[in-house]
Write a protein that binds this ligand. Structure first.
Ligand SMILES: NC(=O)c1ccc[n+]([C@@H]2O[C@H](COP(=O)([O-])OP(=O)(O)OC[C@H]3O[C@@H](n4cnc5c(N)ncnc54)[C@H](OP(=O)(O)O)[C@@H]3O)[C@@H](O)[C@H]2O)c1
Length: 251
């Protein structure tokens, strides 16, 4: 089995690459910036698990770059069994403080360019008459409208909704399309937030902790297996039970 994982150098993408490799799945590990540390890590991971993992670099901000990157994969003429649209950015700012081009850029990276990747890969999967697509969205695009989270939340809402539409468009070709929506996961996405913010966020969560990247990756992997053969067009929230409702306790 062969998989494309975008955002493979980030916390969750790296964990997805790892769980795939450990389960015998080869990976085209995609990111925008060449990363030698990552290349050394995936070489070791591939050797340890007797699979191949190839770095592929293209930026989701540039349509030609995306097309060339995906075409370089298609040109290898190998089956593509799995696509995980995991790359993403999460800038925050209030609408009135945000240049409209910033919103366009977030939509481009988190949604539009991912639809271009999906379109190119889905055509191949349709010819194969098989495939699995998993979109990594966020609970910020569904459950929790947050101040400053307009561009991110709307881009993720669009990505999640795309899974429901594409499940219907692709079911006849034996292609399943699903979404996972993480909550609050230990990755560099939270770098820069104060310790006080992180503690507060943990204390407001049902499980009183952040998720680990592998806890997201394991569910992504599950969705691509025959064990999930009757699941398509659905979303799984991965947020350890969610945020506690106010008030937390009767005084
Ligand atoms: N961490 C959380 O708490 C959390 C919660 C909910 C949802 N998510 C979602 O989970 C996914 C992974 O998040 P993460 O926490 O693992 O983030 P991360 O550690 O910041 O990694 C982000 C990944 O996306 C890639 N990326 C960013 N901009 C790109 C671009 N223009 N073109 C191509 N690739 C690009 C990065 O590669 P380069 O550095 O090479 O650009 C990197 O591999 C994201 O979609 C995020 O929205 C995360």
């Amino acid at each position: 089995m062969n998989a494309i994982v975008t955002g493979a150098t980030g916390g969750i993408g790296k964990a997805i690459t790892e769980v795939f490799a450990k389960n015998g799945i080869n990976v085209w590990a995609c990111a925008s910036r060449k990363n030698e540390t990552f290349e050394n890590e995936i070489k070791q991971l591939a050797d340890d698990n007797n699979v191949w993992i190839k770095p592929v670099y293209f930026s989701l901000t540039d349509e030609n770059d995306v097309k060339n990157g995906v075409k370089s994969i298609l040109n290898e003429k190998m089956p593509i069994d799995i696509l995980v649209n995991n790359a993403g950015v999460s800038p925050r700012s209030l609408l009135v403080m945000t240049p409209i081009d910033e919103i366009r850029k977030v939509m481009e990276i988190n949604f539009t360019a991912q639809m271009l990747v999906t379109q190119l890969v889905a055509k191949k999967m349709m010819r194969q008459k098989s495939g699995n697509i998993v979109n990594v969205s966020s609970v910020s695009g569904s459950l929790y409208p947050e101040q400053g989270g307009l561009a991110y939340g709307c881009s993720k809402a669009a990505l999640s909704f795309s899974s429901r539409v594409l499940a219907r468009e692709l079911a006849d070709y034996n292609i399943r399309v699903n979404t996972v929506s993480p909550g609050f996961v230990e990755t560099s996405m939270w770098t820069g937030r104060s310790e006080a913010y992180l503690q507060e966020a943990k204390s407001r969560s049902v499980m009183k902790r952040m998720g680990k990247p592998e806890e997201i990756a394991n569910v992504v992997f599950f969705l691509t297996t025959p064990a999930a053969s009757y699941i398509t067009g659905t979303n799984i929230d991965l947020e350890g039970g969610g945020r506690v409702a106010f008030p937390q306790k009767e005084e």
